[in-house]
Design a protein around this ligand. Structure first.
Ligand code: ATP
Length: 374
């Protein structure tokens, strides 16, 4: 944006010290958050973490206990919802049952006294691919189609920001997956900022450019999906987005910029840039690695494991064959229930419960949690 719309550096949505308390209970702790203009932003967290309350404070449906809300350059903290340049799509989208799809979408324009609505409504119906359904009533559409009408209805007044509060929550899994891609396409096409609330990590990762992971009224970590997955900073984030193996280790020294860690009897390398807080020799580190990054080699073939891999030894406790992949649980001295997801490309028939194995992976896939947290 240009200098006048203020959507650039300051972000489209800027929360400063925003919090919400109910009596002695704090639903949202003072929070600073900037949502870049034109991005698809997800607030992700388990039920009760404060994500809906945060969204409702942006919408003006909930009054913050402290802090300010800016939309672009405008301080909207004291503005009622209808004066804010935002619109919200809810899970229960409540279309007007007696109006057809065209009139449902046209509603926001007519209420503002605009009389020639056809062009804009048709454009919106095309955007959500419901041009053919204009004269149907809501009950004649599927759940996914109805939700698309709700999106069109919310976009027709060109809000600066579209807020989405678990909009896909009522849909079955298959439809939900389709609608995730559909919403992402719509967002890319209209180019306005979407702020989406969900408890579904896959949904957040599918759609959003940036995800804020919330836990107990706080943002634990904010980043691109791949960044959160590859560099989780807390055990909560590491576990909420997929499965992680954690290894308690001690700093043994440095090799170049890399940290060398002592874990049980073995050594692990934590590459430069993955170290989190700088750690002194003797300091404790909680290292982690994702299950799909790890390979399993039978102990009899340990010599075939290439040099330079991080490695641990253990015993297979469980092996679940899942067709494409096999999920192993390995008991290792430094990580009692180490998970490994192996593609069944060249499955070694000796890898059964009770087998002694070497777990090994590229050191680049090792991450470390913040010292204060671990
Ligand atoms: P969900 O996905 O279940 O909606 P959420 O992460 O969106 O969860 P919020 O709805 O933001 O969570 O609620 C955060 C916390 O604040 C919850 O513990 C909730 O019980 C509490 N809370 C919300 N509204 C009120 C209220 N009006 N009075 C008291 N407590 C409230």
């Amino acid at each position: 944006g240009g200098a006048t719309d203020g959507g650039g550096e300051g972000g489209d949505v800027r929360l400063t010290g925003i919090s919400k308390t109910y009596g002695s209970f704090t639903a949202v702790h003072p929070l600073d958050l900037t949502v870049p203009q034109g991005s698809f932003f997800a607030l992700l967290g388990a039920s009760g973490c404060g994500k809906t309350t945060t969204l409702r404070m942006i919408a003006g449906l909930e009054e913050p206990s402290s802090g300010t809300v800016h939309l672009g350059d405008q301080d909207v903290t004291r503005l009622p919802p209808y004066k804010r340049p935002v619109n919200t799509v809810f899970q229960s989208y409540a279309l007007f049952p007696h109006l057809d799809i065209f009139e449902n979408v046209a509603f926001g324009l007519r209420r503002r006294g605009i009389r020639s609505v056809r062009g804009q409504v048709e454009e919106m119906l095309d955007l959500v691919q419901l041009g053919e359904q204009a004269r149907k009533k809501p009950h004649q559409l599927s759940g996914g189609q109805q939700q698309r009408v709700a999106v069109a209805r919310a976009l027709i007044n060109h809000p600066r920001v579209l807020l989405l509060d678990e909009p896909l929550g009522a849909l079955d899994l298959k439809l939900r997956r389709r609608m995730q891609l559909e919403l992402k396409r719509i967002q890319t096409e209209v180019g306005i900022t979407f702020v989406h609330v969900t408890h579904d990590q896959e949904e957040a990762m599918t759609m959003a450019d940036t995800v804020a992971v919330m836990n107990a009224g706080r943002v634990e970590q904010l980043g691109a999906p791949s960044d959160l997955y590859e560099n989780p900073r807390t055990t909560f984030v590491a576990n909420f987005l997929g499965t992680s193996n954690f290894i308690e280790a001690e700093v043994d020294g440095r090799r170049g910029g890399d940290l060398v860690l002592k874990a049980g009897g073995g050594a692990l390398v934590l590459p430069e840039g993955r170290c989190g807080a700088p750690a002194a020799t003797g300091g404790k580190v909680l290292a982690g690695v994702r299950p799909e990054k790890v390979s399993l080699t039978h102990a009899d073939d340990a010599g075939s494991v290439p040099d330079g891999r991080n490695r641990l030894t253990g015993t297979i406790a469980d092996a679940s064959f899942l067709g494409v992949s096999t999920q192993y649980v390995v008991d290792s001295a430094v990580c009692p229930r180490f998970a490994v997801y192996a593609q069944n490309v060249e499955r070694d028939p000796r890898l059964v419960p009770g087998a002694e194995v070497v777990l090994h992976w590229n050191p680049a896939h090792t991450f470390a949690l913040d010292a204060a947290q671990s």
